[in-house]
Design a protein around this ligand. Structure first.
Ligand code: GDP
Length: 373
């Protein structure tokens, strides 16, 4: 890409768009090369593997097949969506037992460093690890920050690890759905631990919490006011808090923060399965406390299985997403309806002019949608 002039780059981008491709992984220098690249990409597209081939590859834990399967899930093309649906359903019965772990924290807290350390620790123990990400802002920032392979350069070269950046999507609902379906494919491919990274903003934490067995919050030691600026909701959904960067001059502050969080967590009501969230310190960069965090996760899984809660929670999550998906679809259908979007503004005006109540306007619009009149 660095060898192209702006005009050429634009031309390549246009041609690539026409041919339905999003990226090429090699440099292009001349027109000839561009044309060759495009024909190559076209041939590659024509050779799309069948669902059976993808399934066979995924069941053999082939990462190319797994990546292609996930790309199919994320595609907006109807024919791809049909294939993706069959693929997901075929994978469901082949899912291996796994532990799904959500990891959140503000940018810079050390999520990718921690995932790299934990992922490496787990592969050393003989596990296969998949890293997925949920970041609905990635389509706005043109390229995802989460699950970025360059930020996990050791893990990316590990043959027992699979890293997939966040899908681009306009809505959190869409991105969350792709990720849930990617989890199914990873489990069919035999990944034992699925790590799902998300940033500590917006609703994405809640969405990730609703698709994992264990939810981990990464924090930094501050200047004493540990609980300042932390969203109450996030503490309530965390199964553990890890104070990262407990190294060098920061170690004592991290220990103090740990005590303060422990004290604060006692004030929250117990979780439904009686689990008391744990707080530990770690240094992801020095690889300290990583083993402890894995022990903690294993304790949780043991606890939750002994309470009969592990499977129950997954089943509840399935139902949550079923309802969520229906709600989103119905909402989209309603608001994307031409007649409704036209009428909505006049109804809003009537409400603002005190001529109609919000309830009556809603009833009118719903009725309009139902009858199409
Ligand atoms: P993310 O944005 O949450 O994924 O954070 P990163 O993993 O990219 O880390 C942000 C910065 O903090 C990087 O410069 C890391 O090297 C550094 N960092 C991450 N973990 C640690 C740690 O345990 N100790 C120290 N001192 N620095 C760390």
């Amino acid at each position: 890409r660095a060898n192209l002039s702006d005009d050429d780059a634009l031309r390549v981008a246009k041609k690539m768009r026409q041919s339905g491709c999003y990226s090429v992984g090699f440099a292009l220098e001349s027109d000839n090369e561009i044309n060759n690249a495009i024909s190559k990409l076209k041939r590659k597209r024509q050779k799309q593997p069948s669902v059976e081939e993808l399934l066979a590859g995924i069941l053999e834990s082939n990462t190319t097949a797994l990546s292609r399967g996930i790309t199919l899930i994320e595609s907006h093309k109807i024919s791809h969506q049909t294939k993706a649906k069959i693929l997901i359903e075929s994978c469901l019965e082949h899912r291996k037992p796994s532990i799904r772990i959500g990891i959140t924290g503000v940018p810079g807290v050390g999520k990718s460093t921690y995932i790299e350390a934990l992922g490496t620790h787990l592969t050393n123990l003989g596990f296969k690890v998949a890293v997925l990400a949920v970041d609905p802002t990635s389509s706005l920032s043109k390229g995802s920050i989460l699950g970025d392979k360059t930020r996990m350069d050791t893990l990316v070269r590990n043959k027992n690890a699979f890293i997939r950046p966040s899908a681009a999507g306009k809505s959190l609902g869409g991105v969350a759905r792709y990720t849930r379906e990617a989890i199914t494919l990873c489990e069919a491919a035999g990944y034992d631990v699925i790590l799902i990274e998300t940033v500590g903003v917006g609703q994405s934490e809640t969405a990730v919490h609703s698709m994992v067995d264990f939810f981990l919050l990464l924090k930094l030691a501050g200047a004493g006011d540990e609980l300042q600026g932390i969203k109450r909701g996030i503490i309530e959904i965390a199964d553990a808090i890890i104070i990262n960067k407990a190294d060098g001059n920061n170690k004592n502050a991290a220990k103090l923060a740990m005590l303060e969080f422990k004290r604060a967590l006692h004030l929250y009501p117990a979780k439904a399965n009686d689990w008391v969230p744990k707080v530990i310190i770690c240094s992801a960069i020095e690889n300290k406390g990583i083993d402890k965090s894995w022990e903690l996760i294993k304790d949780y899984v043991k606890h939750s299985k002994s309470k009969g809660d592990f499977i129950k929670k997954r089943q509840e999550q399935d139902i949550f997403w079923l309802i969520q998906f229906i709600e989103n679809e119905i909402k989209d259908q309603f608001f994307n309806n031409e007649l409704i979007s036209k009428e909505l503004n006049s109804q809003i005006k009537l409400i603002n002019d005190n001529k109609r109540s919000a309830f009556a306007a809603a009833e009118y619009l719903l009725n309009l949608h139902k009858t199409g009149a």
